[in-house]
Every structure is written in C-alpha cells, then in structure tokens.
Design a protein around this ligand. Structure first.
Ligand SMILES: [Cu+2]
Length: 363
C-alpha cells in the first residue's frame, strides 16, 4: 500500500498544505473472486458495448486511457494544439453499473510535455482520484474506485493550479455513466430502456488571434499556453463545440435514429454551462444534474448543464427529418459551433404536423 501525501495548497494555490490520506495499516481491498472485465473504450459519440441491466455481483471494469498532447482540426483552416484522453475530445464514455469497481490504467507517454491526472466526479475521495493519478511523461498509474453513485458524471484532468482550467479548456474531459444495476426508471418508477445512446461532450476553446484577426499558429501546447491563459481569463471562448470540432456531428457526420426509437443523449460540459435543446423534439425524460437516483423530469423544451457536470435526456422520435440538437445559447450554437444534426428516418405523421398551405401570395 502506498503512503502518499498531496498538497491541497498547490491544488488551490493557497497556503494550506499536506494531508496524509491512506495509512500503511489499512489493508488493500481484496477483490479475489471478483469478476474482471475489460471495457474497450470507443470515441464519442459512441458508447462502449454494454448491457443496461446487469445481474450478479459487482465486477471490476478495467479500462485504459492515454493522454495525448496533439494537434487537431477545430474548424476548416484552424488546426490547434490540444490535449485528449485516448485522442478524442471529449474523452471516451465509460459505462459501468452501480457498485462496480472502475480500474483505470492512465498512461502519460514520454512524447508528452506535461503532468496529467484524472478527477472522476463519480468517485469518492482523494480529489476524485486526482491525487492518486498524477503522472509525469513516461509514467503510468493504476487507480481503482467503487462507483457507488448512479448517474452520468464528468471526469477531467486536474493537475494543479492554473493547469486545471487550462487542461480542461484544451480538451481533457470526458464522462462516465453509472447505471442502476436494474436499469433506468421513468418518473413513475417504471423501468425504461434506450434503443440507442450518444455522448456529446461540449467544449469551450480559447484560441488566441493576432491583430489581423487570424488565429495564431503555435509550435506546441507549451508555446501557446501564455496566450491561451490570457484569452481564458477574459472568459470569451473562441469556440464552443460538440465533440472537439465545428461540424463534428453535422452533415455527413450527423447522428442517426429512426421514428419510434428511444435515444439517450448524454451531454457533458467541463468548464462552461450549457442549455441543450432538440429543435422539433423534447426531452421526454431528463435526469437533471445527471443523477439516476432522482426521478427524471418530463417533457422539457430545454434543459440545463451546470459546468462541471453531465446530464442525460431520453427522447422517442416521432417524426422523420433532420433535427438540430444544440446549445440554446444560440450565439454559441451558430457562431461558435455548438450544434449537431440527428437525421431521423421513418414515416411522417400529418396528425402531428402538416403544412396546410404552402407559401403563396397573400390573399
Ligand atoms: Cu492534464
């Protein structure tokens, strides 16, 4: 058992200092006989293979994430230095059930330049695991936590001081869904399930421009850091995007569904607030605040995501067509990029909507 100390002072930038957490006298949790499963993480908007209901005892869900300091296209004409768990912004969705153990191997390759870690909002203790996962380039670490709370939660890098908002503003956040072992329930307590689930990670970027209004090209994340920090301090994002780039889920990249399908939309935000809205549809069931322990609210037009959280909304599509799912701060949606398309196939229901007469001269 490792004995470790972390500096809260360094974390908060104030003078309080260390606190010993684990003691050498406390034995390791014995997980002998507990089933181990490796979850293959996939890039958003997809979720890893999972079942909604699980029978049997809690298991150890083994996952592996690598922090990548990399260049990524944010919009046509802008490639920027970002940071990404497993190479995607947001990081991959993790799916487990209540009381499962999440066992993460976090890797910080030698090619990186900075210290990274993970703070899981789903975890209990040690800064969400942030104090136990801090690793330098060339290191890896293994953290295990028990997912005792159900819901959708974000995770993000939080290596200390101003690096915390910076690493989140450069892309290092993702989400985990902790399902009740017997699945989801509606507002009346009846079991409900989803046919399809998508993960949308909303991301504010703060890329600086020069005097001519062109994005400044940097040689590395380190090189861009002073300017990005200055831009962040103004609280004016250059971009607010879904899944890492403008248009990541529009046009040819649109999400898909069919009339009658129940689609779960899980939406997270690391630094800023958001207000998702499905144009032409609703949130039939919305787990506000992300907790599956609370009854979902019903029939919402727009819902709210406080920065630093994830929210799940379930909708059964009733009409075909192209839906726009966006942040209903329409400035962020249209001018900064926070919009996705959902193309829904099926038969149109004239009873729900009909153009009674097309555009014609005023009579
Ligand atoms: Cu980091």
């Amino acid at each position: 058992m490792n004995k470790f100390i972390f500096s809260l002072g360094a974390f908060l930038g104030i003078g309080i200092y260390s606190q010993a957490l684990q003691s050498a006298e406390i034995p390791n949790t014995s997980l002998d006989g507990v089933e181990r499963v490796t979850q293959q993480l996939v890039a958003p908007p997809l979720l890893p293979e999972h079942t909604q209901i699980v029978v049997g005892d809690p298991r150890v869900i083994q996952i592996r994430m690598t922090v990548e300091e990399k260049e990524m296209q944010i919009e046509p004409g802008l490639t920027a230095h970002v940071m990404a768990f497993n190479g995607s912004i947001p990081g991959p969705m993790i799916v487990v059930h209540q009381n499962d153990y999440v066992e993460l191997t976090l890797v910080n390759p030698m090619t990186n330049t900075m210290t990274h870690n993970v703070d899981f909002h789903a975890a209990t203790g040690a800064l969400g695991g942030g104090a136990l996962t801090k690793i330098a380039p060339g290191q890896e670490v293994v953290l295990r936590f028990k997912a005792i709370k159900t819901g959708v939660f974000i995770y993000h890098c939080a290596p200390g001081g101003v690096m915390i908002p910076l690493h989140v503003a450069l892309g290092l956040s993702g989400a985990i869904m902790v399902l009740p072992r017997d699945g989801l329930r509606d507002d009346q307590g009846n079991p409900i399930s989803y046919d399809k689930a998508y993960y949308i990670g909303e991301q504010g970027f703060y890329f600086p421009k020069d005097e001519e209004g062109n994005y400044i090209q940097y040689t590395s994340t380190l090189d861009s850091m002073p300017d990005v920090l200055q831009q962040m301090r103004k609280l004016i994002p250059s971009h607010t995007v879904f899944n890492g780039s403008v248009g990541s889920m529009t046009g040819a990249n649109a999400l898909t569904a069919k009339v009658g399908e129940k689609v779960l939309l899980i939406h997270s935000q690391g630094n800023e607030d958001s207000r998702p809205h499905l144009i032409g549809g609703h949130g039939d069931f919305v787990w506000e605040g992300g907790s599956f322990n609370d009854d979902p609210v019903t029939d919402r037009e727009t819902w709210f995501i406080p920065g630093g959280s994830a929210v799940a909304a379930l909708y059964t599509f009733k009409q075909p067509g192209t839906y726009v799912y966006l942040n209903h701060n329409l400035i962020q949606a249209i001018q900064l990029g926070a919009a996705a398309h959902i193309v829904v196939e099926g038969d149109w229901d004239n009873n729900l909507m009909e153009q009674v007469r097309g555009p014609s001269a005023i009579q």
